[in-house]
Design a protein around this ligand. Structure first.
Ligand code: FES
Length: 162
């Protein structure tokens, strides 16, 4: 039985077993490899995506729990040729070292700025508590998120979305 959902704005039918973690469905069935497997236990944040606009740990979500819902992955934030504001900010700040945690970081930050476009330093740090970086680029990551926030505030008048 197929499971209907929306991924990055496109309506799709997933044929994986409904109990399969969303992370595996995204990676194995839809070849969206941005979300990463880190711990599989909800402890690292590498698998973070957005579900209905909120950050969610895709390793813990069986496919059946996202039926009819709106899933956004890092691939939905932009492309190599046309990166979105969050992606541009991470590139500008060179926030990645190994890069493994970065898609999850971006999706957590994206969800924060969707719900709180004026997030301050404390808000950002609190939101990012769920996402771990083993390389230690935390300060660059924080700078990137502040840059994205500032750019989005500048462009909100023009109607650009995060
Ligand atoms: Fe999902 Fe670590 S892989 S939280």
């Amino acid at each position: 039985m197929a499971t209907g959902l929306t991924i990055n704005g496109a309506a799709v039918e997933a044929v994986s077993d409904p109990e399969t973690p969303l992370l595996y469905v995204l990676r194995d069935e839809f070849e969206l490899n941005g979300a990463k497997y880190g711990c599989g236990l909800g402890q690292c944040g590498a698998c973070t995506v957005m579900v209905d606009g909120e950050a969610a740990l895709s390793c813990l979500m069986p496919l059946m729990t996202v039926e009819g819902r709106d899933v956004t992955t890092v691939e939905g934030l932009g492309t190599i040729d046309d990166p979105g504001p969050m992606q541009r900010a991470f590139i500008a700040e060179q926030a990645a070292q190994c890069g493994y945690c970065i898609p999850g970081m971006m999706m957590r930050a994206q969800a924060l700025l969707v719900s709180n476009p004026e997030a301050d330093e404390a808000d950002i740090r609190q939101a990012l508590e769920w996402n771990l970086c083993r390389c230690g680029t935390h300060m660059r990551i924080l700078r990137a998120i502040r840059r994205a926030r500032d750019e989005l505030q500048r462009t909100s008048v023009e109607g650009e979305t995060p």
